[in-house]
Design a protein around this ligand. Structure first.
Ligand code: ADP
Ligand code: ADP
Length: 225
């Protein structure tokens, strides 16, 4: 677990400002949702937290440590994408084990972590399959599992359910909420869907035109229907 502090974080591309200087304090163990229309800067902000994008200005602290200039691998952050980004030729087991192998973990420990993640996500029976033998929902489970095995301080999810049909989206949304309750890890979840934001978020950050418009609990941000 780690709190995240953004101080005057800004991102420009040439003369386009994608994210205006913003301040944000994300408390330990919360599920924070960034919501807003396409192009408002949600993804750019998330990618800066992940270290996949440099900040143009400002500072990012994770657990009190300045990570602004650190590589993604040195931030202990896991990110889940809309398009899953699985290794197509590896089994589910290998997809989950890969990052741990790269870190030189022992086989027994890797196996234990993979089994644990598979169990958390109810996919023990899928471990020998290749991604092409999986449904969209199963692929997204594997993507979540791959993030999970690494025991990240922070979990970042960028529109993770956008490629799923409505029914599956509901199921996976509950699954993510359950995962968050079980792990109590900091999660930042990006979506353009207000209903998703409202049902998932402990706190909601509403963005518009590269700025934070509002921050609060769901009922502070949205009126009751
Ligand atoms: P969101 O995630 O809310 O849809 P983004 O963070 O992806 O928004 O984009 C914010 C703004 O930054 C948009 O205007 C987008 O066009 C611009 N942008 C994002 N990435 C780049 C890039 N690599 N080069 C130039 N402009 C970009
Ligand atoms: P290596 O010999 O490359 O170190 P392992 O012995 O860890 O690999 O695993 C070999 C293959 O067996 C993996 O590709 C994986 O698909 C499968 N495997 C290993 N352990 C398990 C397990 N506990 N559950 C399911 N599949 C496993």
């Amino acid at each position: 677990m780690a709190e995240i502090v953004l101080k005057q974080v800004e991102k420009t591309y040439g003369n386009v400002t994608a994210v205006h200087p913003l301040d944000l304090h994300i408390r330990d163990g919360e599920l924070t949702v960034f919501v807003g229309p396409s192009g408002c800067g949600k993804s750019t902000t998330l990618r800066m937290v992940a270290g996949l994008e440099d900040t143009s200005a400002g500072q990012i602290l994770i657990g009190g440590k300045d990570v602004t200039r650190l590589e993604p691998k040195d931030r202990n952050i896991a990110m889940v994408f809309q398009n899953y980004a699985l290794y197509p030729h590896k089994t589910v087991y290998e997809n989950l084990a890969f990052a741990l192998r790269m870190r030189g973990q022992e086989r027994a420990q890797i196996e234990q972590r993979v089994q644990w993640a598979a169990q958390m996500l109810g996919m023990e029976s899928l471990l020998q399959r290749k991604p092409r033998q999986l449904s969209g929902g199963q692929m997204q489970r594997v993507a979540l599992g791959r993030a999970l095995v690494r025991e990240p301080d922070v979990f970042l999810l960028d529109e993770p359910l956008s490629n799923l049909d409505a029914k599956l989206r509901l199921r996976m949304r509950d699954e993510i909420a359950r995962l968050h309750r079980a792990l109590k890890t900091n999660m930042i979840y990006v979506t353009h869907d207000q209903v998703e934001a409202m049902t998932l978020g402990d706190r909601i950050v509403v963005m518009k035109d590269g700025r934070i418009q509002q921050v609060g609990a769901p009922l502070e941000v949205y009126d009751r229907p």
